[in-house]
Design a protein. Structure first.
Length: 812
């Protein structure tokens, strides 16, 4: 830390004003006036440059904000581009699925005024407005995106005729108006060919997001203008005092002419009798034609005040410089110039990156206050810089992976690194799917959280010290971001499971229900709970619980004998589009030195970012699962079967282990479909899928091979084990009674075991025409299993056929 100290010794208090008066009477007034005027002109010029530079920088940020929502749509649409089921639905014009997709996007991105899916011929197949079969051109935007196979985000001027065809409607009269839209186009490809696309529309007329975000981020008045009939008219702005641009106001022709040439306009102007600094950026369509502009402005009022202040300071500096030859001004100049030089030195160090610079001036005048003000500013900037670095580092960590468990576990390590916490624990809110677990959870709550008699026995003998410290702890509880609408959690559906902890005893890391203790209260009420400045002599019994008698809440910090200085809990949750809160977990941290309010602000921000990232990670997991799962049966699909079987066969070869494969086919399934209908046929398929899942281990693999055929892969399983699985499935299915089906449903099964099948196949052709008899590919395994299945079907069905080390096995 660089400490700059100036202390000339004891002297009477004298304000700068008095020093200035003495110096002024001792110097020539005319040179002072000339220098003051020159200095004022310089500062005035510099102030104008600073103002124009500020609006220029703000305009760059405003351009980024302008495209934020449209880019969010683009990223979301790109995810669907990798969904094979969506692509095939688009090619097959499965309108029911496409409508469902469009409405889900509309729910997720409610700021989008219209989302639609196009065919390869630019015809609307599905739309959030319900209007379809319209061919979209949009001034060539769709063609350019489809022809180049690239996503495009552009501003488009859409006439009222096109708006009506698309189902866009924006004012109370029910009639559409010509308007500007931010349009996102993402083409969908299949086999390197564009087969359609997804298009999103954001209406810019009286749009509140862009102006509000620009105003909140930069504290400048924004406006969006549309080019109509040789003028530019404001279509979106902030309705606040001091904003000279309202909806419907027009730009001066000189500015319109400059913007129409495609160049930015940044200058000082007088609009409606008010002097403002403005910056405008032209908005161009896909054909590079200017169709509007984005503008920001600030009043010159603050710069006038700055000019006055700088003029006063310049006069002071000049006066002290003019009277250096006089003894009386010697002391004044010493008190004036030295602090100024030190201030400049401190500013130079501060601007070079030494944010821990402090300015200490002891002169008993205003310069001392300047030093205190500079130090306060430096501390604030330093703390803010540290907080921003923490924000960025934590954000970088969250963007490294979409693995839910990695993010949840790694978060605690990252927060330990970024804060002064000495212990912590992170809980995951896990949905309870077992009805028995839910009932047990309810029974526990009905019996109460803690037996009061046992509690009193534990506390007996510790006297007033324990009770007094307990009261002090609860006097210093701070609740942040309290949300009273906490009853929207379905409490009995979730439990809090510890994922990782450090600095606490292992027995503390236990499961909680959403009604248990401070942890449950934190997530249930969606609030930060901060135990601040806990007394040093607050004693906690070893391996005991401390109970808040008033609320019946259990508190177990897990610390051996003394509390830390601070303990804080943060909720992790997501607000869904249906206004239902989804719990994700809870973070608990403690500190021996105590948390500053800035730490709590950072940690609350981190908790919100983490919640969003965890929600995205869960969604990513769900999408991955959907891509490899058969929708009807819940088993894996054939595509993932090939991948899994290839991996397990290679492992079996490398480690010389057993691998079994079962190929199954439902007997007479076509008769069930034709005679009883596809609805009952689907029920049969679902039931077979469930029987398979109930009959195999968690490490085994069940898949729907296609139609009424199913496949099971059993790693580390010999023929005997695989035969027992096949027998169980056959028996369970044969005794299952389907409602509306007279006869029982049976199944035929073929079993192949590696490496036994190599001996069985020796000397026979295996796919490639060779006679080696070696099983080298999954196609070999599938063919042998299919041959056994064919034999079972040919010999009367409802049987199991396989080969056990050369012995043919047929089980009816």
């Amino acid at each position: 830390m660089s400490d700059i100290i100036y202390s000339p010794g004891p002297r009477p208090k004298m304000s700068i004003r008095k020093k200035f008066l003495i110096s002024f009477l001792s110097a020539a007034i005319i040179p002072l006036i000339i220098l003051a005027i020159a200095n004022t002109i310089i500062f005035k010029t510099q102030a104008k440059k600073n103002a124009l530079s500020k609006v220029r920088i703000t305009l760059q940020g405003a351009e980024r904000i302008y495209y934020t929502q449209a880019n969010e749509l683009k990223n979301a649409f790109l995810i669907s581009n990798y969904n094979l089921y969506f692509t095939k639905s688009l090619i097959g014009k499965n309108r029911q699925f496409l409508d469902s997709l469009v409405y889900s996007y509309k729910s997720a991105f409610n700021y989008a005024d219209l989302i639609c899916v196009l065919s390869r011929y630019k015809t609307v197949l599905a739309s959030s407005s319900g209007k379809t079969d319209t061919t979209l051109i949009l001034n060539g935007l769709i063609n350019k995106s489809f022809n180049r196979d690239i996503p495009i985000v552009k501003t488009v001027y859409i006439k009222n005729y096109t708006q009506r065809k698309l189902g866009l409607n924006y004012n109370n009269t029910g009639s559409s108006i010509n308007n500007l839209f931010l349009v996102t186009v993402v083409p969908v490809t299949y086999n390197a060919k564009v087969v359609g696309g997804i298009v999103g529309f954001i209406n810019l007329y009286e749009d509140s997001y862009i102006p509000r975000t620009i105003y909140n981020d930069y504290h400048m008045n924004p406006a969006i203008f549309s080019s109509i009939f040789q003028t530019q008219t404001a279509i979106s702005t902030m309705n606040i005092p001091g904003n000279v641009f309202g909806v419907g106001s027009k730009l001066p022709f000189s500015i319109y002419k400059k913007i129409s040439s495609g160049k930015d306009y940044i200058n000082k102007m007088n609009y409606d009798g008010k002097n403002v600094f403005v910056a405008f950026h032209p908005i161009k369509d896909i054909n590079n034609k200017v169709i509007g502009s984005l503008g920001v402005l600030i009043s010159n009022h603050e710069y006038v005040n700055l000019l006055k202040k700088t003029a006063i300071y310049s006069i002071l500096i000049i006066i002290f410089g003019l009277i250096i030859s006089l003894i009386i001004t010697y002391f004044a100049s010493k008190d004036t110039l030295n602090p100024i030089y030190m201030t400049l030195d401190a500013i130079k160090k501060f601007s070079s990156g030494e944010l821990d610079t402090r300015l200490i001036i002891k002169t008993n005048d205003e310069f001392e206050k300047i030093g205190e003000g500079f130090t306060e500013m430096a501390v604030t900037v330093h703390d803010r810089e540290e907080r921003m670095l923490k924000y960025n580092e934590f954000s970088d960590f969250l963007t490294k992976s979409l693995d839910f468990d990695y993010i949840l576990s790694g978060t605690l390590d990252k927060l330990e690194e970024l804060t002064n916490s000495v212990s912590g624990i992170i809980y995951e809110a896990v949905e309870i799917t077992n009805k028995k677990d839910i009932q047990n959870d309810i029974d526990i709550k009905e019996t109460g959280l803690i037996n009061k008699n046992i509690e009193n026995d534990r506390l007996n003998g510790y006297g007033d010290l324990f009770e007094n410290n307990l009261n002090k702890v609860y006097d210093n509880v701070n609740d942040y971001n309290y949300n009273d609408n906490y009853n929207i959690f379905v409490k009995n559906k979730y439990k809090l499971v510890p994922k990782k902890h450090y600095g606490i005893r292992k027995f503390v890391a236990k499961e909680f229900s959403l009604d248990d203790g401070i942890v449950g209260e934190c997530i249930t009420k969606k609030k930060t709970i901060w135990f601040h400045d806990i007394p040093e002599n607050a004693i906690l019994l070893k391996d005991q619980l401390l109970s808040d008698r008033a609320n019946g809440k259990t508190i177990d910090y897990g610390f051996c004998e003394v509390f830390p200085k601070d303990i804080v809990w943060f909720p992790l949750y997501i607000e869904s589009s249906s206004k239902i809160s989804i719990p994700l977990g809870v973070i608990m941290l403690s500190s021996l030195k105590g948390f500053k309010k800035e730490d709590i602000v950072f940690l609350e921000h981190a908790a919100k970012e983490l919640s969003i990232t965890l929600d995205n990670a869960r969604m990513h997991q769900k999408l991955n699962k959907l891509s490899i799962t058969d929708e009807l049966t819940g088993l894996y699909n054939r595509r993932y079967l090939n991948e899994f079987l290839e991996r397990e066969l290679n492992l079996a070869k490398r480690h010389n282990t057993q691998l079994s494969l079962l190929m199954m086919d439902i007997d007479n399934f076509k008769h069930v479909n034709d005679f009883y209908g596809h609805q009952l046929g689907d029920e049969v398929l679902r039931t077979v899928g469930q029987i398979i899942k109930d009959s195999i281990r968690s490490t085994d693999f069940g898949a729907r091979y296609g139609g009424e055929e199913f496949t099971i892969v059993l790693p580390y399983t010999d023929f005997g084990g695989s035969f027992e699985v096949a027998k169980k499935i056959k028996e369970e299915l044969s005794k299952y009674q389907f409602k509306g089906l007279v006869e029982n449903v049976t199944i035929s099964i073929g079993i192949v075991n590696y490496p036994d099948c190599e001996e069985f196949n020796s000397g026979e052709n295996i796919n490639d025409g060779s006679n080696t008899g070696k099983i080298n590919t999954i196609d070999n395994l599938l063919k042998i299993a299919d041959d056994f299945l064919y034999e079972a079907k040919s010999n009367g069905k409802n049987m199991i056929v396989g080969n056990n080390k050369g012995d043919k096995i047929i089980f009816k």
